[in-house]
Design a protein around this ligand. Structure first.
Ligand code: TXA
Ligand code: MG
Length: 343
């Protein structure tokens, strides 16, 4: 299959690139689209066969459900059986934007989307190209991140092509994604709202909006063997470059000393901008120590660059776990397969 690279000139339904993407989606095709978080691999969420092709293209485990993307708030009611007051509050406050809500699913959601669960994940993205494509297709779109399963999520069209060229119908180029890590996932299907995956909307923001929010232990810790994951995606190794990643937790000075003392052939440093000049190994900086938003935006690109350098070991700086930093930490600790050295 030849994967088309579609450009968007104006963010309108009539735009050639947007129309071409919408036509492919209506015909049951797979199109990678830019969103404010990461690129998503979209298909018609109401067509089980189209959705099965997403799993095949990514090599995604069958039991990992997908997020359904909408471009109008009203569409939510047709996809779920219940919209509790907390969901109304969160939608008012954070939609459109990087927030996904888990709610009891309506009968129209194919089993392929929900992976057999009785809930569905719904998100209303803020990216104008994503919204225009959803709108032009007239469909809710199921879309996981547009990477090969297990690889860092794509934040640029070229990342998508690197993983999926020849396996999908098209990629719409919308430039680099702004947030850089995937959406915050919160479950509203049980009693207390529960954070399943941290993202661009922070834990602190959620609590300020709806009061107490539980944090799933898998946000910061490895799941015990045989434990059932609240969010199936959290049980898989994720975001991994080919190199072994080890997180070093401590001050900048301690980090620089440790890396310089332990360097071998093939070692690189996944560091903050401030550390780079003092390191005696190739540095892959992913943002300033004081700017968690910038770290989120650059992390996945940095993880992919490590592969391009042929590194075998990456020593990573440990991000601060407040605000968007919690999302950066959550992704990095999975890339590191939970290997952390306390300095
Ligand atoms: O920002 C994002 O969320 C991106 C863009 C493309 O929108 N999408 C994304 O999708 O990150 P994906 O498939 O890579 O991650 C979805 C996560 C997975 O961890 C999955 O297990 C979880 O959401 N999820 C989906 N449906 C769920 C459900 N019904 N219950 C619990 N977790 C669910
Ligand atoms: Mg993903």
């Amino acid at each position: 299959m030849q994967t088309k690279l579609l450009a968007v000139k104006t963010v309108r339904k009539e735009d050639e690139g947007i129309m071409a993407a919408a036509e492919l989606l209506k015909a049951g095709g797979l199109v990678a689209i830019p969103t404010e978080t990461v690129y998503g691999l979209a298909a018609n969420a109401l067509d089980g066969r189209a959705v099965r092709r997403i799993f095949a293209a990514k090599g995604r485990p069958q039991d990992n459900p997908l997020i359904v993307h909408i471009a109008k708030r009203e569409t939510l009611e047709s996809l779920v059986t219940k919209v509790p007051p907390s969901a109304v509050t969160l939608a008012d406050r954070f939609w459109p934007g990087p927030l996904t809500m888990i709610l009891p699913k309506a009968a129209c959601i194919p089993d392929e989307v929900s992976a057999g669960l009785d809930t569905v994940a719904v998100r209303f993205p803020s990216h104008l190209v994503a919204r225009a494509i959803i709108d032009a297709s007239g469909l809710p779109l199921a879309a996981p991140s547009a990477n090969t399963s297990g690889r860092p999520s794509p934040t640029r069209a070229e990342h998508v092509l690197h993983d999926l060229d020849g396996r999908i119908d098209a990629v719409v180029d919308g430039g680099a994604c702004g947030v850089g890590v995937e959406s915050t996932v919160v479950s509203l299907a049980g009693g207390c709202p529960r954070l399943l995956r941290p993202g661009g909307i922070t834990y602190e923001q959620l609590q300020a909006a709806v009061g107490p929010v539980e944090m799933d232990p898998a946000v910061t810790h490895a799941l015990a063997k045989n434990a059932v994951a609240a969010s199936p995606g959290m049980k898989y190794q994720h975001y991994s470059p080919k190199a072994r990643v080890v997180i070093l937790k401590g001050s900048g000075e301690d980090y620089i000393r440790y890396v310089n003392d332990h360097k071998q052939e093939g070692t690189v440093a996944l560091c903050f901008d401030e550390d780079a000049a003092s390191l005696q190994v190739p540095a892959v900086p992913f943002g300033s120590q004081t700017d968690a938003e910038e770290q989120a935006q650059r992390l996945f690109d940095a993880l992919r660059r490590i592969d391009g350098m042929g590194a075998s070991l990456a020593f990573a700086r440990c991000p601060d776990q407040t605000g968007v930093g919690l999302a950066v930490f959550n992704r990095l600790i999975r890339a590191a397969a939970f290997e952390v050295v306390e300095l």
